[in-house]
Write a protein that binds this ligand. Sequence first.
Ligand code: ADP
Ligand code: MG
Length: 313
Amino acid sequence: MSEDGAATPLLDVEDLQIEIITATGVVRAVDGVSFRVDRGETVTIIGESGSGKSTTAMGVLRLLPDDTVVSGRVRLSGVDVVADASAAARLRGHAVALVPQDPMTALSPVHTVERQMGDAIKVAGGTSNRAERRARALELLEAVRIPNPAEKLRCYPHQFSGGQLQRVLIAIALAGDPRLLVADEPTSALDVTVQAGILDLLMELQERTGVGILMITHDLGVARLVSDRIHVMSGGRFVESGAAAQVVDEPREEYTRNLLAAVPRLGEFDDRGTAGERAGRVAGGGSGVDAGGAARGGSAESTENTERAGSAR
Ligand SMILES: Nc1ncnc2c1ncn2[C@@H]1O[C@H](COP(=O)(O)OP(=O)(O)O)[C@@H](O)[C@H]1O
Ligand SMILES: [Mg+2]
């Protein structure tokens, strides 16, 4: 049960199987997948809708309905949360935290951002002192480059653009200083320019803190920009796994080639890579995703303006 050993992966999944009980029978949504995420790494699961990506992510977090049947091994910082589901509840926030898919619906519309961040900080074991929680919330909003954080704390979710809300959700995920972030389609609901800013932020956070990222996406453009390793999922299984450059540039499987053929190339791929280099690739790749300059390392204010401009709000 070592939690901090340098060699202990942040996430180690072996032969994970997940069966969902539905009205019409049992669906084996995940059918024997194995993968790991180490410190400072971004590992991506990519696949089309219904392939089992979210079920895998939620299974890792043990956030599936109680009647779901989970087998295999999922070790979070060395602790098997399949053998002991209650361990997952203790580890969420610290060993692992979720960045949810839809920023527009993930927060309560009736409470301020301060209240919702304060709750997350409390749950993450933070202080029960309100002023200290506020200071921590400000620090977290600064970490995700939200401009005018003191003012923003008083706002309600509807007063934020989609991109800004996703930053708030990342800030909430960071409340317990997690070692691993599970990001389920964190940019799918956002415009491409805003998307680039969020990916840039995640890479910057990784560079700074060494946080591991399990990225879930159906978008190969996203996967190739941020990943160290990619697992291609179809029908609950991994059909191809490898270093990001190999999977993107020399796919072995027909399924992966079809997936590649379906998306435009978003800029040159550089297979070497620290998170910083990957962040640079996201921010300055001269690519389609960068058209609005959202991630070009500009001021927080320009990020905000771009994200507002890019939002439907
Ligand atoms: N709550 C559920 N009830 C019934 N079927 C589900 C449920 N959640 C997921 N599934 C099924 O499990 C499979 C994988 O779904 P999911 O993990 O959400 O895929 P993805 O995230 O890759 O789009 C799909 O066939 C889906 O229909
Ligand atoms: Mg999904």
